[in-house]
Design a protein around this ligand. Sequence first.
Ligand SMILES: Cc1cc2nc3c(=O)[nH]c(=O)nc-3n(C[C@H](O)[C@H](O)[C@H](O)COP(=O)(O)OP(=O)(O)OC[C@H]3O[C@@H](n4cnc5c(N)ncnc54)[C@H](O)[C@@H]3O)c2cc1C
Length: 379
Amino acid sequence: MEERWAVVGASTSGLFAALNLAQAGIPVDLYEAEVDWQPTPRTLIVTAEIERVFGENLNDALLNRISRFELVSKGAVATIMLREPDLVIDRARFMHLLARLAQEKGARLHFGYHLEAVEPEGEGFTLHFAQGKTKAIRCTGLIGADGVYSVVSKHLGGPSLNTFSLLQVRVPRPPDVPPDTVRVWFDRDSTRFFLWLIPEGEEMAAVGLIADSPAQAKDSLEAFLRSQGWEPVEYQAGTVSSHSPKISFNLREKGGRAFLVGDATGQVKVTTVGGVVAGLRGAKAVAEAVICGVKSPKAWRSLKRELDLHWLIRRILDMFTDRDYDDLLARLNRQGEHILSSCNRDKMASAIFRLMAAQPEWLALGARVLGRSLVKGWL
Ligand SMILES: Cc1cc2nc3c(=O)[nH]c(=O)nc-3n(C[C@H](O)[C@H](O)[C@H](O)COP(=O)(O)OP(=O)(O)OC[C@H]3O[C@@H](n4cnc5c(N)ncnc54)[C@H](O)[C@@H]3O)c2cc1C
């Protein structure tokens, strides 16, 4: 059988994987379950790293640029100016842009194809889709980009993933938050993660939080909105997966090759639960593995290093109390602030040692939090 790759899932990771393969002249078909493909709008904040990974103009999807972060705990505030502004983009517009580029490069997109099962067969796979009647399609290589509940992963022995619930609402931008400023609140009573307000521009902003379940997300966000007196105009919600250092993106090496990308394999920075840039980097790594015929591409190793670091930081932050967050923000010094201003959240691994050297008080805080949790474990 001639080489033919199949990608399952037409969201950011799958579309970018298809685009990269098509660009390299590799025949690729992308199958998406949605019949009438109308991606729902979702306000996303991403670092400027997206422009380097994507490599194309993002203006069609761009809503706003952010140059300032205000971090607020119960008893402290810290401000970080970004040397390279973050981008606020609309996910639906970004997906349309990716779909157009992928098709221009020769990828074939098929909608209304809901994958039900995958059968490895010799040098490839048979994909079984439900589409009124069941369709079986053959391919030589397979990329599962079908999200948190990936069917590709389930049928080829992929990892079981932890998940988070994200809920955000659009509200008129409060006048005390400038359009170029994201405000982040740390409040353990609401969530072990954080709450955010991201201006989409002059008029509107997205307010949201991460929680461990949809019910907790709803209750906490509603209480927060009431406390601020903000009226939601529109809800955006979903489940996102979580990275863990044990996860591999490489599903099969014998017979046909198969990979997972994006939320299907927990390519998410678990500090901020940002999955877009990580998913694009995952897609690029898979393309490198396919094009160069390598098992462990360089792009994958650097993504894994980054995601492992975020996983470690999240483990420590999960033990923080409100007082620890106060300490964290109050002890941010000028040198630490300078490092955070110039290194983005997708490139933390390259700055972590410099940051720790500049912020020895943070190391001491981390050690104290770890020690306290160990003692608690013993009692
Ligand atoms: C409210 C909210 C806000 C967020 N904000 C941010 C943010 O600000 N910054 C950031 O970086 N990340 C953010 N995220 C996370 C980010 O959106 C996700 O990590 C990212 O969209 C994952 O993309 P993906 O392509 O891996 O998978 P998904 O977007 O989950 O897409 C999976 C695709 O596969 C299709 N599919 C599923 N099953 C099948 C099947 N059986 N057959 C065929 N097709 C199938 C689905 O229809 C879908 O199109 C947010 C998430 C939510 C919910």
